[in-house]
Design a protein around this ligand. Structure first.
Ligand code: DIG
Ligand code: MN
Ligand code: MN
Length: 388
């Protein structure tokens, strides 16, 4: 077992739809033969993954009969048992079938909203049956091309009603389940509601059971909006809402590329890995990504191995950063405080306000500080380039 070979305790997971992606894109037909969920489980076990996740219809076709469903699930469970893979997360496909073309939970058609809720309840049952403890909601069709079609306030109310219903259902069923909301700014709709992780965090506070609802930030989705993914994840962590995470990579301001982890913006990937390791994140490290359309079956395995290997290499780089004496000396200097304003710590008091208003500040002297961030960042880059 090499230093960068994945182990079960690394908690690397992949969705069925990732290594099962057949390479269709808006301008081209599939380039890879479909592979079954059972074959995917064995493929993921073969590259060293810990778990596998699914949308309901990744496993059970939308038109499957109850008998067919039970056989498919039984075969899948057998593959899990044979390989030891687990199912930490499940989710609902509320975006592929044409019935969701105008939205799912936020559709203007009450029949669509009701059908989306029914589909989700049944999918939650399936996820729990397979052992999922986290249930993701990605509103792929919850958006608009024209804001003439509906009020965004109505859309948010419908989303809230659906999520409150699902929370009550999980509680009523006694499911040990937490919900994770996944944001995306656009695609496949022109604009999606709740476009960023920050927007999701604000929305969660309006739910009846906010305590069981967190977020599932995705690298590509925050990058599509040109945002700093580390900051989104840090805010989720700070509010105790980082229930899951979708790892991949993405150039800013482009369609959802869902690249192999670390394939596009390696420095941002480093800061993310360093953060997750520094804070001791214990959730799944889920790769919601797929191989380039240029790839065949071996290339798909290269993709999966690369996701995990890059994470482990960056984990080792984070350890080097923390052990580097020059970096740590710089950080100690940057964060050193002389204690002269210690009296201000610990919150407000009238006395502190009075004392602060009388405090003299030599702005010119304070402004002279040379923070040496150029040296700090150069050392960071040199760790990443493997020369420290
Ligand atoms: C896309 O980024 C979304 C869907 O693949 C799924 O609903 C979710 C689960 O990770 N990510
Ligand atoms: Mn994506
Ligand atoms: Mn995702």
């Amino acid at each position: 077992m090499g230093m960068y070979d994945p182990k079960p305790e690394d908690r690397f997971t992949f969705g069925l739809w990732t290594v099962g992606n057949a390479g269709r894109d808006p301008f081209g037909e599939p380039v890879r033969a479909p592979i079954s969920p059972v074959e995917i489980v064995h493929l993921l076990a073969g590259v060293g993954a810990y778990g596998v996740n699914l949308h309901d219809n990744d496993l059970v076709p939308i038109n499957a009969t109850p008998v067919e469903r039970d056989r498919i699930v039984a075969d899948f469970k057998q593959a899990l048992q044979e390989t030891g893979l687990v199912v930490p997360m499940a989710t609902t496909n509320l975006f592929t079938d044409p019935v969701f073309k105008e939205g799912a939970f936020t559709s203007n058609d009450p029949k669509v909203r009701a059908y989306a809720l029914q589909k989700t309840l049944r999918s939650i049952d399936l996820g729990v049956e397979l052992g999922a403890k986290v249930y993701v909601f990605w509103g792929g069709r919850e958006g608009v091309e024209t804001d003439s079609s509906k009020s965004p306030v109505d859309a948010l109310k419908r989303m809230r009603d659906a999520l409150n219903f699902c929370c009550e259902y999980a509680l009523d069923q006694g499911y040990d389940l937490r919900f994770a909301l996944e944001a995306k700014p656009n695609e496949p709709r022109s604009d999606l509601y709740l476009p960023t992780t920050g927007a999701m965090l604000g929305f969660i506070a309006t739910l009846d059971h906010a305590e069981m609802v967190g977020v599932n930030p995705e690298v590509a989705h925050e990058h599509m909006a040109g945002l700093n993914f580390l900051h989104a994840v840090a805010q989720a962590w700070d509010s105790g809402k980082l229930f899951h995470i979708d790892l991949n990579d993405q150039m800013f301001g482009r369609y959802d590329q869902d690249f192999r982890f670390g394939a596009a913006m390696i420095k941002q990937a480093f800061y993310l890995v360093k953060f997750l390791e520094d804070v001791g994140y214990q959730g799944s490290l889920h790769f919601d990504a797929h191989a380039y359309r240029t790839e065949g079956p071996e290339g798909v395995k290269d993709f999966a191995r690369g996701c995990m290997r890059t994470y482990l290499i960056l984990k080792e780089k984070a350890a080097r950063f923390k052990a580097d004496p020059e970096i740590q000396a710089l950080l100690a200097e940057i964060h050193a405080e002389d204690g002269s304003l210690g009296w201000l710590a610990g919150g407000y008091s009238a006395e502190k306000a009075r004392q602060l208003k009388d405090q003299a500040f030599d702005r010119t002297a304070i402004a002279q500080r040379d923070w040496r961030y150029e040296r700090l960042d150069q050392l960071t880059v040199e760790v990443l380039l493997g020369v420290r």
